[in-house]
Design a protein around this ligand. Structure first.
Ligand code: FAD
Ligand code: NAD
Length: 464
């Protein structure tokens, strides 16, 4: 068996693993990265990027359809728009291909050795990799587990046939006529909205009293309005019981009453779980926190020399958290003094309209025992929002009453995902309401609503 010895071995080349390996390579650390699939992991191949490509195509098609129906006030008319989902998927696959080869190029540039194969721990310092050309043994001083996550299946609705996960949904070649989405969280609402715009008749089945329970009700309200406009049926406090006898419908139950919803595809999006199988967890002595690997503020596991990053380590399961952890671990292995000191991790939900949140909501801030000031500025009073004909939504600022330090910035509205950078910077820099309010924001942009929300919290908004 071929043997390699290295300073750092990274298992998994998703956003966590590949960023860790690139940074380690930049720092001159002898690094090997192993992945059983394509570099980029879930995010680039079946997650963030493919879903955002589909959402964009759905938006464009929907807009064209609205124009064809005479449903716009801009004076544009379009004749008979149509979509060939197969071609859309080919375009999406092209983007994925460009990004995965881009990651390979970046790893090579950083002099990281890439091994294509499935890794399995033999012990805390040795990993066996099964590759197409035979097995390899890799001995490493430091090992990073970045094996990511996978979709959760429902016992009464296992994946297969018409019951699909996001991975299959992002590879469909035809728009399903009737789509039932089980789970009204991030993926369910992002993809459910996209398919509704592509022409599917969509129903969302959510177990809890409201969809997107991760965000407060105020932020979700415009999304619910839009789902209604799109004809999406949202059933809350409803549980999926399983397929009906001919496999063409989903049986659901709410408050003791049952119903069968006819469906061509049933998309199950009830969460993701850490990938804990197939890499030899059993051979090690790693502590867990619930389902996830337990890590400390330096991403160290309970075994010396073994780190873990990304989705396998817990919530929020987001690509940018995985990347930030990966970068930090590479610097720690290089001997730098680093620990997790982020004030907040931004969260964006690419629904229609989009939701973005950094830091604490008003209720979360109050729950910490501090007195707060809030400012909410609606896009209906923002010139740029008016010129794009999408005025629904607002920006909200939450700050401490005593020293005005900003604790949270949230928004819901068209294109607000791009406000995440400014929100994160303000909170990471410890900005006060006055810092945000006194920063000159370009006109006309939706960003002016951030300044106005801060002014609002200070009691003197200019444009409201
Ligand atoms: P992953 O990206 O899951 O990568 C893990 C890698 O490890 C994989 O490549 C896998 O092949 C490899 N691996 C596992 N076991 C082994 C083994 N034994 N040997 C070798 N290789 C192995 N996050 C966002 O921040 N924004 C979004 O918009 C967003 N959209 C999403 C949309 C969808 C549909 C999905 C499913 C997820 C989305 N996410 C989004 C979440 C994001 O994809 C994950 O948080 C991110 O990919 C986690 O990165 P990771 O490095 O921890 O793991
Ligand atoms: P999720 O946790 O966002 O949502 C799952 C939803 O399913 C919840 O609302 C939950 O109450 C509901 N649910 C659970 N069991 C159910 C059942 N038996 N019947 C009906 N509903 C049920 O999970 P997801 O949408 O699968 O996404 C997984 C993760 O991927 C997210 O938590 C997020 O970390 C990541 N992601 C992020 C983005 C983004 O950043 N824009 C996009 C997609 C995915």
């Amino acid at each position: 068996m071929k043997e390699i010895t290295t300073k750092l071995l990274v298992i998994g080349a998703g956003p966590g693993g590949y960023v860790c390996a690139i940074r380690a390579g930049q720092l001159g650390i002898d690094t090997v990265i192993v992945d059983a699939g394509r570099p980029g992991g879930t995010c680039l191949t079946v997650g963030c990027i493919p879903s955002k490509a589909l959402i964009h195509a759905a938006d464009e098609y929907f807009m064209a359809r609205r124009m064809a129906d005479g449903g716009n006030r801009l004076g544009i008319s379009v004749a008979s728009p149509a979509i060939d989902l197969g071609k859309t998927m080919d375009w999406k696959d092209g983007i994925v291909g460009r990004l995965t080869s881009g990651v390979t190029g970046l790893l090579q540039k950083a002099r990281v050795k890439i091994v294509h194969g499935r890794a399995r721990f033999r012990d805390g310092k040795t990993v066996e990799v099964t590759t197409e050309t035979g097995d390899q043994l890799i001995r490493a001083e430091n090992i990073v587990i970045a094996t990511g996550s996978e979709p959760v299946a429902l016992p009464n609705l296992p994946f297969g046939g018409n019951v699909i996960s996001s991975t299959e949904a992002l590879a469909l070649r035809r728009v399903p006529e009737r789509l039932v989405v089980v789970g009204g969280g991030y993926i369910g609402l992002e993809l459910g909205t996209a398919f509704a715009k592509l022409g599917s008749q969509v129903s969302v089945v959510e177990a809890t009293p409201r969809v997107l329970p991760q965000y407060d009700a105020e932020l979700v309200r415009p999304v619910l309005r839009r789902l209604k406009e799109l004809g999406v049926r949202v059933l809350t406090e409803t549980s999926a019981k399983g397929l009906d006898s001919d496999g063409q419908g989903l049986m659901v139950e709410a408050g003791g009453a049952t119903e069968t919803i006819t469906a061509d595809k049933i998309l199950v999006t009830v969460g993701r779980k850490p990938r804990m199988e197939g890499w030899g967890y059993e051979e090690l002595d790693l502590d867990r926190t619930g389902r996830f690997l337990r890590i400390d503020e330096r991403c160290r596991t309970s075994m010396r020399g073994i780190y873990a990053i990304g989705d396998v380590t817990g919530e929020p399961m987001l690509a940018h958290r995985a990347m930030a952890q990966g970068e930090m671990v590479a610097e720690i292995v290089a001997g730098q003094k680093r620990s997790w000191d982020k004030r907040a991790i931004p969260a964006v939900c690419f629904t229609d309209p989009e939701i973005v949140g950094v830091g604490l909501s008003p209720d979360e801030a109050r729950a910490t025992g501090v007195e707060i000031k809030t400012g909410v500025f609606p896009f209906s009073a923002n010139g740029r929002a008016m010129t794009t004909a999408w005025e629904d939504g607002f920006v909200r600022a939450v700050a401490r009453s005593d020293n005005h330090v900003v604790l949270g910035l949230h928004a819901v509205g068209q294109g607000v995902s791009e406000l995440a950078a400014g929100f994160s910077l303000a909170i990471e820099m410890g900005a006060r309401l006055e810092d945000v309010a006194e920063t000159t924001h370009a006109h006309p942009t939706r960003g002016e609503a951030i300044q106005e929300a801060a002014l609002m919290a200070l009691g003197h908004a200019l444009h409201l």
